[in-house]
Design a binder for this molecule. Structure first.
Ligand SMILES: Nc1ncnc2c1ncn2[C@@H]1O[C@H](COP(=O)(O)OP(=O)(O)OP(=O)(O)O)[C@@H](O)[C@H]1O
Ligand SMILES: O=P(O)(O)OC[C@H]1O[C@](O)(CO)[C@@H](O)[C@@H]1O
Ligand SMILES: [Mg+2]
Length: 437
């Protein structure tokens, strides 16, 4: 998509009205040098040809505490909602949002809406909960989200009615691409009403498929767990005569978990991701290649992302979830069946052990890296909101936290390109052919 420089300008609720330095708690923790001004930019690209000028026309606002605030922090009622699938680190984000709002900005109140957007619908009977120190202090130790989450459509006017009924000035929307799209429609409704409510997105996706966030929180935790599963599969494969370990991991449209877990474990022989085309049958197909490997090496490990090889499955298996996302057919079970069938037909022994750790890797508490990252995203989200930024998501590029306009963040899904360094590393680590069709 051709970007216009203006696409990178962040929407704001209006002119700054307050000086952060006038508020005791902010002054105590934020030195003058920490304040970021609105003209500080992080370029879209950092690699350039020697001799060519660096294109600075397309650049993101740098995130960070602003000296000038739009809201008087002490008058702010903020709200938080978590949507989509669960992910390690959600509770860390909620906790850090609360702590930053309450202790640093001394906001008046922080409400947590329950079970995703559903919690805004009066028909759901779900009342928001008022967050306080006791309620959030230990939540980071648990996986999932203390607020609950859900999928499914709720009209933006219903959400904004509820925000206005609770006199909310800032809404933090934690979730994946669907959630960020929802946040944009909520902002459109807010803007239509001329309401002064900031809508700030915090990107969450176990699949790591959101652009402009080098890695989403929870992804690291998921990869570590997936690596353990791959190592278990390797031990099973080597410990049984003619053993095959087959592991299915999450990754609806992007195969980042499968690819990174492969690199982290280096026991994998075939990594199958949604971005690649592959066939099972034929000379160059997976089954023929696997048969040769089994004759040579007597064992194999295969990792498959849930969205891989969907073209191999019968069309009828494709349903949609409540949010409209395609529910993929079970490629793991299908592969297991086809591999067993292939070797049986050939009269060859095979002992296939199938692992499906998908949901387990989403439900863990965050590891150290993810915890640090999740809490940082939350702090930067609060700074942006207090400065009156809106319709934006916190991102991270080139080691900098940035403000990303939501329409840009959701314009394309982040995927593995098959000529990337990442995929070359996977091909090198597995030794699988670059083409299996
Ligand atoms: N285009 C859209 N417009 C308005 N709301 C949307 C849109 N897409 C999704 N939503 C809403 O956003 C919420 C979350 O969406 P979804 O279930 O797709 O999860 P997600 O945020 O993409 O997270 P995950 O990474 O788990 O898929 C749902 O309540 C859904 O109805
Ligand atoms: O939670 P659900 O609705 O079963 O969704 C599972 C999907 O959610 C994700 O984990 C993203 O959150 C995908 O990898 C997976 O396809
Ligand atoms: Mg999604």
């Amino acid at each position: 998509m051709p970007w216009k420089p203006s696409d990178f300008q962040i929407t704001s609720l209006g002119e700054a009205r307050y000086n952060a330095a006038d508020f005791e708690s902010i002054r105590n923790v934020t030195s003058d040098t920490l304040f970021v001004n609105d003209r500080e930019r992080v370029p879209h690209q950092v690699v350039f040809q020697e001799g060519d000028p660096l294109d600075t026309s397309r650049a993101f606002e740098k995130a960070g505490p602003r000296e000038k605030l739009f809201f008087n922090p002490g008058e702010v009622n903020a709200a938080i909602v978590t949507c989509g699938g669960i992910c390690p680190g959600l509770n860390d984000v909620i906790r850090a949002l609360f702590m930053e709002l309450h202790y640093i900005y001394q906001a008046r109140s922080v409400l947590g809406f329950r079970y995703g957007l559903r919690g805004f619908d009066p028909a759901s009977g779900l009342d928001p909960i008022e967050l306080n120190h006791e309620r959030v202090s230990d939540i980071q130790a648990y996986g999932g989200t203390m607020l609950g989450t859900s999928r499914g459509h709720v009209a933006a006017d219903v959400v904004v009615d509820r925000l206005q009924a609770h006199n909310i000035q800032i809404l933090f929307v934690i979730g994946g691409d669907g959630t960020q799209r929802a946040a944009h429609t909520i902002w459109e409704e807010v803007a239509r009403r001329g309401a002064k409510i900031a809508i700030i997105g915090v990107p969450k996706t176990i699949d790591n498929d959101i652009n402009y966030v080098y890695k989403t929180f929870g992804f690291d935790t998921a990869v570590s767990f997936a690596r353990d599963a791959l190592e278990a599969a390797h031990i099973e494969a080597k410990g049984n005569p003619k053993g095959i370990g087959l592991v299915k991991v999450m990754g609806r449209d992007s195969g980042f978990i499968a690819a990174y877990a492969t690199l982290a474990s280096i026991t994998v022989n075939y990594t199958l991701i949604p971005e690649m085309d592959f066939h099972l049958d034929g000379n160059h197909g997976l089954l023929n290649h696997l048969e040769k490997r089994m004759a040579d090496k007597n064992h194999a490990v295969i990792v498959v992302a849930e969205g891989a090889g969907q073209h191999l499955l019968p069309e009828s298996e494709r349903e949609r979830d409540a949010s409209g996302n395609i529910k993929h057919g079970d490629i793991g079970v299908y592969l297991k069946q086809r591999i067993n069938q292939h070797f049986k037909q050939k009269g060859l022994e095979v002992n296939l052990k199938y692992f499906d750790p998908s949901y387990m890797l989403r439900s863990l508490p965050a590891n150290a890296q993810d915890r640090i990252f999740a809490a940082n995203l939350a702090r930067f989200a609060v700074h942006a909101a207090m400065a009156g930024k809106t319709d934006m998501m916190i991102g991270r590029r080139f080691n900098q936290f940035i403000h990303v306009p939501i329409p840009i963040a959701v314009a394309n899904r982040k995927k593995i390109t098959l000529d990337s360094e990442l995929w070359m590393a996977v091909l090198q680590a597995t030794g699988q052919p670059a083409k299996m069709f």
